[in-house]
Design a protein around this ligand. Structure first.
Ligand code: UGA
Length: 338
């Protein structure tokens, strides 16, 4: 199998590449702007990495698409602060750049495994979000946060239509707050500069206060990267075409915790490291208004629980890692190896 991964130096791409190289005989062609998360892959004989920009190196991409079995276009901005501060950049990269790749998969008859997102469900009020029946609910245009959700939603619809009317062989996967080693840079101290987990770890290590947006009662189903990657491996493997023309939520419905609980758990776990105990003791939880923290274009999701019955049925997959173990492994990576 020959796999093309665009955006390989990201959180998902780097973890997926390591898994492929250690557990299969598959070949990886890969591109990203930089390679700092790929230390364990770069010298591997089955890892062919090219440093480049997917919006510029079009000839290389076209040639690689023609020569691979499956394409994973993972290039995207995925931090909510950027949706509000630079919405057009999100549209250009997440939507426009990826549309070009999708069309090439149609043109050359290549299989595509595309990252949709839990964000497409938006403020849906279903207890559990279902890929086939849940409504996708976003806010008004002046709530710019939704440009990411709607860009991804339109790509989902385009891919689905190419599948139905032009035989595109696709799989859409929707990560629900995946976390783990190599998520974001914890030393990026800009508020909102990374996703919540890496933001909080950085805050605690610096002994700063944690900002709980609107009190932190909103909940997320945090999903450990190892579980996410094992679902992706099954999609790539595609045994008996199980992943073909299918959409999968990939999340952990058993670990539905509030952002406040996440902050408390992290402080408690980091206090176990003697060298960080003093900083973690200094950190206080402080409530902040969403508009003040992110700007007026922000709107939040209060509950986001996936149904994972499709993933169970078609991929024989279910999440295995509980939040405490997942956070401990994540902290081990950030505090013991970085
Ligand atoms: C994320 C991002 O949009 C994407 O990474 C992704 O597509 C999706 O969810 C996912 O992984 O499923 P969200 O969960 O809202 O969206 O983003 P986070 O930045 O991780 O924030 C989670 C919650 O923590 C939000 O309610 C946010 O307001 C809150 N938060 C964040 C704080 O209370 N304090 C902070 O300092 C940062």
């Amino acid at each position: 199998m020959r796999v093309l991964i665009l955006g390989v130096n990201g959180f998902i791409g780097s973890n997926l590449s390591e898994k492929i190289l250690t557990e299969t005989d598959w070949q990886i062609d890969a591109m990203d702007l930089s390679s700092d998360k790929l230390k364990n892959c770069l010298t591997h004989p089955r890892f062919n990495f090219v440093a480049g920009d997917i919006t510029l190196q079009k000839d290389w991409i076209t040639e690689r698409i023609q020569n691979c079995d499956v394409v994973l276009p993972l290039v995207a901005i995925a931090t909510p602060a950027t949706y509000v501060q630079n919405p057009l950049r999100v549209f250009e990269l997440d939507f426009e750049a990826n549309l070009d790749i999708i069309r090439q998969c149609v043109r050359f008859g290549r299989r595509i495994i595309f990252p949709s997102t839990s964000e497409v469900y938006g403020m849906c009020t279903d207890q559990e979000f279902d890929e086939e029946t849940s409504h996708l609910v976003t806010g008004p245009i002046n709530k710019e946060r939704w440009i990411y959700s709607t860009s991804k939603q339109l790509l989902d619809r385009v891919i689905y239509a190419y599948g139905k009317h032009h035989n595109l062989n696709y799989t859409l996967f929707r990560p629900f707050n995946w976390y783990g080693p190599r998520l974001d840079n914890i030393f990026n101290s800009k508020p909102g500069g990374s996703r919540v987990l890496s933001q909080f770890i950085g805050n605690i290590l610096r002994g700063e206060n944690i900002m709980l947006v609107d009190g932190g009662e909103q909940k997320r189903c945090f999903t450990y990267i190892e579980d996410g990657i094992s679902a992706l491996m099954k999609m790539i493997e595609n045994k008996n075409n199980c992943a073909e023309r299918n959409i999968f939520n990939v999340g952990n419905p058993h670990e539905n915790i509030s952002i406040r609980e996440l902050a408390e758990l992290l402080i408690q776990l980091i206090k176990n490291y003697p060298e960080h105990h003093a900083a973690a003791t200094r950190t206080q939880l402080v409530n902040v208004d969403a508009a003040e923290y992110y700007g007026a274009g922000y709107q939040d999701v209060t509950s986001r629980v996936p149904s994972v019955s499709r993933a169970k049925k078609y991929l024989d997959w279910q999440p295995m890692v509980n939040i405490k173990n997942g956070l401990q492994e994540t902290l081990k990576f950030y505090l013991e190896t970085e």
